[in-house]
Design a protein. Structure first.
Length: 266
């Protein structure tokens, strides 16, 4: 059951990062993706907490976490370090969607991550669709600064996620639209982390932890190629496809996760 209040870890630049902890046992920190907060994958986290201490947090600029005037991806690596540090010397990290890229960057930067799980990492190996504009992060920031968070949301959905225009239009009046608009500035952070969605080959040799790379059976087909390729390039990587799911953080993932973690204990 998810706690009703947050605690706070202070990042290296003084920003307060809100986190929630539930369960007991080895510590797992969930690193969420774009348009996600600490509630993302709540059922997944609740079931996982039967065997682990599961930590969820609001990435900077989201929910009740703080933010700073200037952004750089290294700030979010420091945020994750602060959250891990609030729970001991080391943790297992699970990154979902663009959070998978952040978690991988953190592992490569020698954060105390003992094992790493990447779920639906959105790096695109082929030209499956048009790559995002290299200036996307700056364009998103400009729209939010000009008081147009809704336009920023749609730009990110279109250029980064690749959502068809008719679907974007249909979602304009969705009940969750205000929630997305509150996170509009943070989409520029994901854009800076993911850049043009090319795989960051330069950092892969630095990730020496055991890594499981998962993708959903119903996720975009190119994600399976991405998962298999990442696993092959990592010193201790393996990949698998989660049957029956799409791009989501759901309990169906848990058997794959626990099998990996249990094998790594032996």
């Amino acid at each position: 059951m998810q706690p009703v209040h947050s605690d706070f870890a202070q990042s290296a630049d003084g920003t307060s990062i809100a986190y929630w902890s539930v369960g007991s046992g080895p510590v797992i920190v969930l690193v969420a993706g774009a348009f996600n907060d600490h509630n993302t994958g709540a059922e997944f986290a609740a079931e996982l907490s039967a065997s682990y201490t599961v930590v969820t947090y609001d990435r900077r600029g989201r929910g009740v976490s703080g933010d700073a005037a200037h952004y750089a991806p290294v700030r979010e690596i420091e945020d994750l370090a602060a959250v891990i540090g609030a729970h001991g010397d080391t943790a297992i990290a699970i990154g979902f969607s663009s959070g998978a890229s952040l978690a991988l960057m953190a592992a490569a930067a020698a954060l105390p991550i003992s094992k790493l799980v990447l779920i639906d990492a959105p790096w695109m190996l082929s030209e499956a669709r048009v790559r995002p504009d290299p200036e996307l992060a700056a364009r998103l920031r400009s729209l939010v600064k000009a008081g147009n968070p809704g336009e920023a949301v749609e730009l990110f959905q279109r250029d980064y996620v690749g959502i068809p225009e008719d679907v974007i239009v249909h979602m304009r009046n969705a009940p969750f639209r205000p929630f997305l608009e509150k996170m509009a500035l943070s989409t520029s952070y994901d854009a800076e982390i993911m850049r043009d969605l090319r795989l960051p080959n330069d950092i892969l040799p630095n990730v020496t932890q055991p890594v499981l790379v998962l993708t959903g059976e119903k996720s975009p087909p190119w994600m399976a190629e991405t998962a298999a390729t990442i696993a092959k390039k990592l010193p201790e990587g393996e990949s698998d496809i989660v049957a029956g799911i799409g791009h989501d953080l759901v309990p169906a993932i848990i058997p794959y996760l626990t099998d990996f973690l249990e094998r790594q204990r032996s």
